[in-house]
Design a protein around this ligand. Structure first.
Ligand code: ATP
Ligand code: MG
Length: 370
């Protein structure tokens, strides 16, 4: 029995539609397994700017801070021409949450559903058995590099006449590497699986340090086998034999590129969940923010046609990583797979011979199957 507090931030566009279905699934889990989830709702993004004048209010932020997990929808963009400087911008909400809660690990599972192998550019025999999860470092690396002579100063392009130069710094401390690597080993241990650490140690010092830290942390996880792989070899392996991977941990830029590559294995943006985790612990897991990888999709908002599966699978990650409810998380994932096997599809997944259903019916069918 688990007692947990969850804050739902539906946001803009299709965000409210898909998070409503994910929340209903959480309520179904609550009832089926005898847990108690206290749910708070808050505004973020354009919805918050319209109602409260800021992208996320102090009250909403405090509510998140007192929760075990955040279920997040999507944040929209200001209409073109309305992004005058100085005013509140919707994306500030997510930046603030990421920064203040120190989320340093971004999790992205990739598990193509067998009856949808055709949606992938890969041959079905290559995809068979693929079930992997990325742990991408989110808080350091090239995106945060500064000039060493002036710590904290972002790099800039320096121009002299026709010539120009620009410097980006790839800086990692052993502390920054250790915390994300530890998260990845924990996940690999939970899955009873193997860990692939991806780097470019034949060229980069930061990668040599990365390997050193991985080897040290590995001693605390004797049940997990691990390997080092160069990022170029990994990029190739994800296409050639994706089923060989289990948990992949890598630094920020490599993770950015490899997760987009791997997402194409499933062939659809509407299906993919994500989690952002930091140092803070809950009673039986990590405090985290869970969101589908897609955006607010304003082109289809309000039509009951958005695919809620990315949001529902994000709720499954919430159950697993913040509440420690592994059995329940797997049950939700299995229910999603079963509904796909039964031939039901939202418009974005449509293939010949399948039945097209709306957002709400997809959510309902997942709950019924659960
Ligand atoms: P934003 O500005 O919020 O990023 P966007 O339209 O640029 O919005 P996405 O929301 O990621 O970016 O959408 C990209 C495309 O994928 C759109 O055509 C959208 O309709 C479609 N799409 C995104 N999410 C879903 C979903 N859950 N179900 C179906 N289609 C989706
Ligand atoms: Mg977008």
């Amino acid at each position: 029995m688990s007692d947990a507090t969850i804050t739902v931030l539906p946001g803009d566009g299709v965000g409210p539609e898909v998070t409503a279905q994910a929340l209903q699934v959480l309520h179904a889990v609550e009832e089926l397994y005898g847990h108690t989830f206290t749910v708070h709702q808050g505004l973020v993004g354009l919805a918050a700017i319209a109602a409260e004048g800021v992208a996320i209010s102090e009250t909403t932020f405090e509510t998140c801070a007192h929760s075990d997990a955040i279920l997040f929808g999507a944040i929209g963009s200001l209409p073109a021409g309305k992004n005058h400087s100085g005013g509140p911008r919707p994306e500030q909400a997510l930046f603030r949450l990421r920064k203040e809660f120190g989320f340093f690990a971004n999790l992205r599972p990739v598990r193509p559903v067998e009856s949808r192998y055709d949606a992938s550019p890969l041959k079905p025999e290559y995809l068979k058995g693929t079930d992997l999860i990325f742990v991408r470092e989110l808080s350091a690396g090239l995106y945060y590099g500064h000039l060493e002579s002036v710590p904290g100063k972002p790099s800039e392009i320096r121009r002299t006449g026709d010539e120009a130069e620009a410097i980006d710094t790839l800086l990692y401390t052993s502390h920054e590497i250790e915390r994300v690597v530890r998260t990845a080993f924990e996940i690999a241990a939970d899955r009873g699986g193997k860990l692939t650490s991806v780097d470019k140690a034949n060229v980069l010092s930061s990668s040599v340090l990365w390997r050193e830290v991985v080897a040290r942390v590995a001693r605390d996880y004797p049940t997990v086998t691990y390997e080092h792989m160069l990022v170029d070899a990994c990029a190739m392996g994800l296409i050639r034999n994706p089923a060989d991977f289990d948990v992949i941990v890598t630094e920020n830029l490599f993770g950015d590129i490899l997760t987009d590559e791997a997402s194409m294995l499933t062939g659809s943006i509407g299906m993919l969940p994500s989690a952002s985790l930091g140092q803070r612990r809950t009673e039986s897991g990590s405090f985290g923010l869970y969101e589908p990888i897609h955006g607010s999709a304003p082109d289809i908002a309000g039509q009951d046609s958005a695919n809620p599966i990315g949001a529902v699978l994000s709720a499954a990650l919430l159950l697993r990583h913040s509440l420690g409810l592994h059995r329940e998380a797997s049950a939700v994932e299995k229910a999603v797979e079963d509904v796909i096997h039964q031939g039901y599809r939202t418009v974005d997944l449509h293939e010949g011979g399948c039945t097209v259903i709306g957002t709400q019916e997809m959510g309902q069918r997942i709950r019924d199957t659960l």
